[in-house]
Ligand binder design. Structure first.
Ligand code: G3P
Ligand code: MG
Length: 273
């Protein structure tokens, strides 16, 4: 049983960082709000100073936490997430920023109420273990995107650390691992061939794309919408690969991609058909 066997629908909706247009991204609040709106959730994984995988997008804490304030109290001068231990990260509120940033203007337009967000504060940064336990309870498939740890002391073993959590939470059949760092995907298939992986790409396609995906043992390709067209979709589907396009918020574009044969779209506004 793999990630794609778990989902029987044709046109899959992936909730990008949870329901990030309506809730603070990558938080329990966002994941809970995505229930009933998507076939799978996409999350980002970074490592803490003590090597614990946590669900977080940026390499620094500045945009989506109150770390500038809390850091002063804890006498921590760096805002890089890998300069903070898990205990220190658990002191942070990863939700309040949404009220002031309103990243998709959903507060300003009245689609989301301040009170709803406020009632769910603070939002704590989740460990990958906590998130996958949630996913197990809700039978929610998860696209785990491993963020590039190049240059950090955990670059060499981030993959085995993430795989250990997947093993410990018994969630392998509902996981699709993706990364812009394709070395991580090679490592995943070597260490855990039963877990599905997908190749993420934002700008240009790797040369000899089909052969490249085959060499990795990928199940799917995850291109940015900007580099996706119907010829690419047709080529991938004919070769037996899934093609899951990010980040597609425009409904008409979603329809077109599905009509062209895309297997999934990853969106900030998840909604089941
Ligand atoms: O996995 C698709 C998408 O999440 C990749 O970009 O920066 O939003 O993690 P980013
Ligand atoms: Mg991501």
């Amino acid at each position: 049983m793999t990630f794609f066997d778990r989902i029987s629908a044709d046109h899959l909706i992936g909730a990008h960082r949870g329901f990030r247009a309506f809730r603070p991204e990558n938080t329990l609040s966002a994941f809970t709000a995505s229930l009933g709106r998507c076939h799978f959730v996409e999350i980002d994984v970074q490592l803490t100073k003590d090597g614990i995988p946590v669900v977080f997008h940026d390499s620094t804490l500045k945009r989506t936490t109150d770390a500038p304030l809390v850091g002063k109290r804890l006498r921590l001068h760096s805002l890089r997430i890998n300069a903070w231990t898990l205990d220190q990260l658990k002191e942070l509120d990863a939700g309040s920023w949404f009220l002031t940033s309103d990243p998709f203007s959903t507060l300003a337009s009245g689609l989301v109420s301040q009170e709803t967000i406020q009632a769910q504060l603070p939002q704590k940064i989740l460990t990958l273990t906590e998130m996958l336990n949630w996913a197990m309870r809700h039978k929610m498939p998860v696209n785990v995107e491993i963020k590039d740890q190049s240059g950090s002391k955990f670059d060499k073993n981030v993959v085995s650390i993430v795989l250990e959590v997947i093993q410990a939470t018994a969630t392998a059949p509902q996981i699709l691992i993706s990364s812009f760092n394709h070395d991580y995907l090679f490592q995943c298939k070597a260490l855990a061939p039963h877990i599905s992986v997908a190749v993420l790409q934002s700008d240009q396609h790797p040369p000899e794309l089909i052969r490249y995906l085959q060499a990795i043992g990928a199940s799917a390709y995850h291109p940015a919408d900007a580099i996706t067209d119907s010829a690419l979709i047709r080529m991938l589907r004919a070769a037996g690969f899934g093609i899951n396009v990010y980040t597609v918020n425009d409904k008409e574009r979603q329809r077109q991609l599905f009509a062209d044969g895309a297997t999934a779209i990853i969106t900030d506004f998840p909604e089941l058909p």
